[in-house]
Design a protein around this ligand. Structure first.
Ligand SMILES: Cc1cc2nc3c(=O)[nH]c(=O)nc-3n(C[C@H](O)[C@H](O)[C@H](O)COP(=O)(O)OP(=O)(O)OC[C@H]3O[C@@H](n4cnc5c(N)ncnc54)[C@H](O)[C@@H]3O)c2cc1C
Length: 367
């Protein structure tokens, strides 16, 4: 049986931050990730929707330095550049299908949204590069965790159906609590009140889908449009310029169509409807994108559960007791949703991870 001092579940922002910080402190760890890539909800993709070092953010695109310094500090610490979300120009508002969309000049934003140059994926790539390959296991799901006298045993499942046991003194669960409840069997079972709390904590943005249309140039800017639009007609409800800092032109929109309806309508029909909507908002040049991408997070089993197909309240910071009873001290939560500050956001993932690192280092040093 493989063994390590700390097993970290999930190589999203929280898990990668935790793993590289523990590694830097000399702690023996293994980071176990179900997907075949790092990043979790962070996914920067090229025109084909596959991960890219300079592309479009299919997951999170923005951070707000004044409100959420944790993310701005990390971007600076990693030596990455950031740039302001493009919003110069008129906004388009589509009120109803029988009316022409209206354009208007918006008031200045209070909180400026920043993007990472290259995409938010640059942050996870920079964190992952601080870990030796031997410390990250991709394509491996944690299926079960059993509490032993002085350790925990994790049952790992590979893509190919292979199984393996991993023994660790501590487990950091760096994933949404709802997903932890849905994907991992605990022995002994978690306290029912705790398990219910995990299940009832929505995974932020998991019900959503983003559509991208990629163009040869940002033609809307030449028309004095910012690329920002709001629509009560749909299928997209909120649209923004998604042009990269390197000049790859695109717009993206959040779909207002629910997850069940998206699944029944199908991707091709939805994409066509989105392109037609962009033409209504930004003119006929929008009808001929170079490529389109539709990323439906509600259909992604390592982000969303069935409960995430509807609803999706924002998690509220509060009760810090995510683990109690016999599991306390062995299982430490670090996913963004468990953060005492900015839960659900990128900043929340960093705050939660820092707290988990401090907790583990305290326990390791006590021994
Ligand atoms: C469409 C969208 C837009 C967003 N926009 C923004 C934004 O603009 N700004 C912002 O601040 N936040 C935004 N967010 C939220 C942001 O993405 C999250 O706060 C952040 O990425 C959470 O990181 P995490 O590491 O806590 O969780 P995750 O990124 O969810 O990572 C969890 C990891 O655990 C893995 N995993 C799950 N189950 C298992 C298992 N059983 N075994 C092993 N591995 C497992 C998953 O594959 C995943 O890699 C957005 C999210 C989405 C989906």
């Amino acid at each position: 049986m493989n063994s390590c001092k700390v097993a970290v579940i999930g190589a999203g922002l929280a898990g990668l931050y935790t793993a590289q910080a523990l590694h830097a402190s000399g702690v023996d760890l293994l980071l176990v990730e179900a997907r075949d890539r790092v990043g979790g909800r962070i996914l920067t993709a090229g025109n084909d929707g596959a991960p890219s070092a300079d592309g479009f953010d299919l997951g999170p695109s923005w951070f707000w330095p004044a409100m959420q310094p944790a993310m701005a500090d990390l971007v600076a610490e990693l030596g990455l550049d950031s740039f302001l979300q493009h919003s110069t120009g008129d906004v388009v508002f589509e009120r109803m299908s029988r009316e022409e969309p209206q354009r208007f000049s918006p008031a200045d934003e209070n909180q400026q949204s920043m993007r990472v140059s290259g995409g938010t994926g640059a942050v996870v790539q920079a964190l992952a590069s601080r870990l030796p390959d031997s410390r990250i296991r991709l394509g491996t799901k944690v299926a079960a965790i059993a509490l032993k006298d002085d350790a925990v045993e994790l049952s790992l499942q590979g893509f190919d159906g292979s199984t393996e046991l991993l023994r660790a003194e501590y487990v950091v669960a760096a994933l949404p609590p709802r997903l932890l409840d849905a994907t991992v069997v605990f022995s002994p079972a978690q306290d029912p009140v705790i398990a219910a709390r995990w299940r009832n904590t929505s995974t932020w943005m998991a019900p959503h889908a983003k559509f991208f249309a990629i163009y040869d140039e940002a033609f809307w800017r030449k028309e004095g449009l910012s690329g920002t639009a709001q629509s009560m007609v749909g299928p997209m409800v909120e649209i923004h310029d998604a042009t990269t800092n390197s000049g790859k032109a695109a717009v993206f929109g959040f779909l207002g169509v629910g997850a069940d309806q998206r699944a029944s309508v199908g991707d091709e029909t939805l994409k066509q409807a989105c392109v037609e909507q962009l033409a209504r908002l930004f003119g006929p040049r929008a009808l001929t994108p170079r490529a389109t991408i539709l990323k439906d997070w509600a259909a992604d089993p390592f982000t969303a559960t069935i409960a995430d197909r509807t609803g999706g309240d924002h998690p509220v910071p509060g009760n810090p007791h995510w683990v109690t009873g016999t599991w306390e001290g062995r299982l430490i939560m670090a996913g963004s949703e468990t953060s005492p500050a900015e839960p659900g956001y990128l900043a929340g993932a960093i705050v939660a991870a820092k707290q988990a690192v401090a907790d583990i280092l305290f326990r390791v040093e006590l021994k």
